[in-house]
Design a protein around this ligand. Structure first.
Ligand code: 5RP
Length: 229
């Protein structure tokens, strides 16, 4: 798993606090990443102690973790409602966040947006006034050069193909696509940027989650701050 920002203790506090929001009968979206992993492990412990939930994983990683934690799994097409989604973020500003550091943002956005309540778990290093983290963009492999050009010429960003670390060539997502990490500097109008990125042919999904966050649990050295929006 990639290494990110804050301390493991802060991530654990945030993840475990969010897991405590799950109650009997809930369908829970299971996000991806090191912070959400703490929530998934805590949910598994609660299931083993009698909690009755079903999980919907958002990636290969979260599915494997949920299986090993003992969480019964289901899928979006098998349920009427996703009651709660718990997921991490690369950067968080109010109700907006940037995701995709684990290249899982397409499935994450589908599940997080479908949920009645989307809860972000993060440590303090992720929280900012103005988003400025590179935006991951999942792209059909054949389109990566033309999307790179469009991001430069039409949206004013600089796209870099995400390279794999223990594989030659690019990171390949769970959906068989590649990821462009797109630098825009300070993102003054994230909603407009989201529309511009979504309009580029070849883009499958971008990592800007606009107005989706309902609650953030932010882990600190001292505890967890709950931020409802
Ligand atoms: C995966 C994600 C992750 O949730 C995001 O990268 C945060 O990960 P971590 O909790 O490890 O910092 O968006 O696609």
């Amino acid at each position: 798993m990639k290494a990110t920002g804050g301390s493991d203790d802060a991530k654990r506090r945030a993840g475990e606090r969010a897991a405590a929001e799950a109650t009997d009968g809930m369908v829970v979206g299971l996000g991806t990443g090191s912070t959400t992993a703490y929530a998934i492990r805590a949910l598994g412990q609660a299931v083993n102690a009698g909690l009755d939930i079903q999980g919907i994983p958002t990636s290969f990683q979260s599915r494997q973790l949920a299986l090993s934690a003992g969480i019964p799994l289901t899928s979006l097409d098998a349920v009427d409602t996703v009651h709660l989604a718990i997921d991490g973020a690369d950067q968080l500003a109010g109700r907006h966040c940037i995701k995709g550091g684990g290249a899982a943002h397409t499935r994450e956005k589908i599940v997080d947006a479908a949920a009645e309540r989307f809860v972000v778990v993060a440590d303090r290093t992720k929280q900012v006034e103005t988003l400025d983290h590179p935006v991951p963009v999942e792209v059909i492999p054949e389109a990566w050069t033309v999307v790179t050009d469009d991001i430069s010429n039409k949206v004013g960003g600089a796209a870099t193909l995400r390279e794999a670390e223990r594989k030659d060539g690019p990171v390949v997502t769970d959906n068989g696509n590649v990821v462009l990490d797109c630098e825009f500097g300070e993102i003054r109008d994230p909603a407009m940027l989201a529309l511009d990125l979504a309009a580029i042919p070849g883009v499958v999904e971008h990592g800007l989650f606009i107005n989706l966050v309902d609650t953030a649990f932010v882990g600190t050295d001292a505890g967890v701050e709950e931020q409802p929006f």
